[in-house]
Design a protein around this ligand. Sequence first.
Ligand code: PEP
Ligand code: MG
Length: 594
Amino acid sequence: MPDTMSDQMKGEKVYRGIAVSSGICRGKVLVMHRARHFISRRRVDDQNVDAEIKRFEQSLAQTRVQISEVQRKVVQNMGAKEGDIFNAHLLMLEDRVLVEEVIKLIREQRVNAEFAFHMVAERYIEALAGVDDEYLRERASDMQDLTGRVLDNLLEVLDEFDFRHINEPCILVGHDLSPSLTAQLNKDFVLGFATDIGGQTSHTAILARSLDIPAVVGLQVISEELETGDYALLDGYNGTVTVNPTDQTLFEYGQLAKRKASLDEKLREIKMQPAVTLDGKVISLSANIEGRQDVEAVRAHGAEGVGLFRTEFLFINRENLPNEEEQYQVYQEVASRLTPQPVIIRTLDLGGDKFASTLQLAKEMNPFLGWRAIRFCLAQPEMFRAQLRAILRASAHGRVKMMYPMISGLDELRQANALVEKCREELRAENIPFDPEMKIGAMIEIPSAALIAHALARHVKFFSIGSNDLIQYTLAADRTNERVAHLYEPTHPAIIRLIKNTVDAAHQNNIWAGVCGEIAGDPVLTPLLIGLGVDELSAAPPVVAPVKYMIRRLKFAETQALAEFALQSDSPSEIHARCEQLAHASAPSLFEKN
Ligand code: PEP
Ligand code: MG
């Protein structure tokens, strides 16, 4: 509820964006500002110089106390190694050369402490960022973090943008939220989030869905217009954020929440049932995960194993890269906990919008078209080898399968398979057990791969269509850019034909084809995908049950007729309308008026 009279008088305002993770939440807003500090140069009178220096030293002491407190909490919640990250910050605070330089500037130029400190700190950051040594370069971001904290204290700005010490449930609002920051969100404190930019299939959106945090992106100006402490209602079904909601709005949302609760009851009833159509067509329905923490959700939502394990999340948000042993521990734990259900582990898909800070990769003009995924792995055979060996070793503990991301042609597939063969030989020689029959597949997410699926099918045991990338590459529409979101059309005839081509090539070569991009979790598109002959769907755990509900209310013959229509049509909107028609008629409760 708005808690002051003036909040109520501000009036309701609705922001519309793109709904990326369902659910409704309401609460106080916490705005993460991009540039928090506006530093002006002020003249300090002679008699106030000492006081200004004292103010500066006090801010350092205050920062020291805060960092030690954050460090203590991080050690407690995440571990000693994570806590060590802050030792560098503390050391910098003790750096007398830096401190003396700032004091000299205040004294000699009669300037305010924040101006002097900012000048000196920026020089340090620039110098650190420019050195060759990787370790020192990393200290530049520590210095940046530290500078922000000291300036917060000097300017008496509340430190709002540090997930580690959010201690009250809130709705996060920001210009953007990187996948690595999203991965750190604590569900107990983050009710939902809203950002100015982003699209349905950005990795940030994907993470929000798997964390089950309601989220709306592409709100354009929300981070500039909202203030920390505003009261808002976020609707992750319809993609809106309502600031200062009226009593009427709150009442309507109460009703919506009730309807959603009744749907949840229906989903609970079927979630452990098989995914089979009314006329007996069985679909394999699995879940997408990002780490061992998601295993429970796979089971709880009634998925039949894992259709996509995005392993790159083991590589980001950390100080060093995971070695073979560490990876093996994770893969084997996931595989054995889910046995006898299958787990498809995707080899590393770094790049695009997912980066490991440890790797310090050069910035690229077009990262989605650049040194990414299998391209990167084939160029780093030692790193790839560690992952391949870890996956092979894990295959001795469950039903592990493996697939390569971003295959664009036959050569990449051959090279990757040759490396796997080498790893198998090594393991045999070392007497380390693995499943010699472990099935290897290719993701089909580049148009060239979909077009030559017949050739690729002879070298793999399955295909998994990565529609998120397949759509962005086919339609030249960046999946993370809300300005081109209207062009990002899953029902574009080109996409439908590429999926059909892939599925046909798979079946003609006696292998199966699945879809693991976000369209696999959209019940409106379920009839179309099944009608196109897709054998498996893999979606974020929370949307597995709605998709299963849909499958169980469809007739395969009807979906085939829909697919026939779609393959003849030239109009994305006409195809989408037909999909909606069949989906709504088959399972109306999934779409009750929001
Ligand atoms: C895809 O591209 O559809 C996919 C599943 O891979 P990711 O979203 O991780 O790029
Ligand atoms: Mg992809």
